[in-house]
Design a protein around this ligand. Structure first.
Ligand code: TRP
Length: 351
């Protein structure tokens, strides 16, 4: 059962397909750790997927189930954390409407993460009305659970910043919280919403195995949490460093060394490899790749075992049952928040 006395966190993923090791170092490992002493809500943003894939509802459903399997495999513990299926929580949609009135449209459109996505997807001015709205929806995801902490990758910091702004504005306007209040004191000062803080993962942008672009499914350059030992080894073997001989001084800012620093567990070993590589002290890329592959495999090996539980013919049904049970608790929490918000906005039906 969730422990309601603990500080609350909420974070989530869009159902874009399987998770990779960039997600792990960017946010997932933080989530697993935070389960020990926080009341955790992990949200699957299936409605956000409709912003760009409205004509593919079946694929969104498939990706949603797959990502939850990845979460459970990665160590998200459904006995402690609450899984939130966004579409099952009407309060989030209602809150999105409330918050949308408190954000100037130009503020939303200036959001740098939104701009970057429009550019990356080459959406120009052809995107749906709902596309920029998703950023407001993301504020509602966080605030519906009155989360204090939001563990995300660096690319999501702009959304959390917008969420902080709109939470302050709501609390000033409708709850009488003085604008001079310190962020940490908004709830104590009578605000419905705390001012949430982003917690950024230790590696903000893991390079893909093409050695050039950020690791992502759409770039086909990812090592997946569900990859086999052999797949991990083969993907790393293909990584190109451009180095000719083991006695050439190597560049420790190259993609291979980004993996060394992200995945080798021992800081002394990392320093010694960096030192030898930089000096061209007879250490080959192949040796280092094998060591990195083993370290990544050590992270994902326990995931393989846990995933086996959900890979059978009843896997999807198991996940759906879990989601239904968790939605009941998630709705209780989010409905209570919206009740408070409605009362603050003088929308209650009592005379
Ligand atoms: N936009 C996030 C992403 O693409 C997913 C997300 C949706 C999220 N709602 C959230 C993350 C709330 C943190 C908090 O990764």
């Amino acid at each position: 059962m969730p422990n309601l006395d603990r500080p609350r966190i909420l974070t989530g993923d869009q159902p874009t397909g399987r998770l990779h090791i960039g997600h792990w170092v960017g946010s997932l490992e933080n989530r697993i750790r935070l389960q020990d002493d926080h009341d955790c809500y992990f949200l699957i943003a299936n409605l956000h997927a409709f912003t760009t894939r409205a004509e593919q509802p079946g694929a969104i459903r498939r990706d949603t189930l797959d990502i939850i399997k990845d979460w459970l495999a990665a160590g998200i513990d459904p006995e402690r954390a609450t899984l939130v299926l966004q579409s099952a929580i009407p309060a989030i949609a209602e809150l999105t409407w409330f918050l949308a009135m408190l954000l100037p449209v130009n503020r939303v459109l200036r959001n740098p993460t939104l701009r970057a996505e429009l550019d990356a997807k080459d959406l120009g001015d052809t995107h749906s009305f709902g596309f920029p709205l998703y950023t407001v929806g993301q504020c509602a995801d966080i605030l519906a659970f009155r989360a204090q902490l939001v563990p995300v990758g660096a690319d999501q910091a702009a959304h959390v910043e917008m969420c902080r702004e709109v939470a302050r504005r709501f609390d000033h306007l409708y709850c009488g919280v003085p604008p001079t209040t310190a962020d940490a004191d908004y709830e104590r000062a009578g605000g419905v919403f705390p001012i949430p803080e982003a917690m950024i993962g230790r590696v903000s942008r893991l390079v893909g195995i093409d050695g050039v672009r950020k690791m992502s499914k759409s770039m086909d350059n990812a090592i997946y949490l569900s990859d086999t030992t052999a797949q991990i080894r083969d993907k790393l073997a293909r990584l190109h460093t451009g180095r000719q001989a083991i006695t050439d001084p190597g560049d420790v800012s190259n993609p291979l060394f980004q993996y060394v620093r992200a995945f080798l567990p021992d800081p002394d070993r990392i320093r010694s490899l960096e030192d030898r590589y930089a000096r061209g002290d007879s250490i080959g890329d192949g040796t280092i790749k094998a060591e990195v592959a083993a370290a990544i495999d050590a992270v994902v090996a326990p995931m393989r075992e846990r995933r086996a539980e959900y890979d059978g013919p009843r896997g999807d049904a198991q996940i759906l049952e879990l989601l239904a049970a968790h939605s009941a608790h998630a709705n209780a929490v989010a409905n209570r928040t919206v009740d408070l918000a409605r009362a603050a906005m003088h929308l209650e039906l009592r005379a």
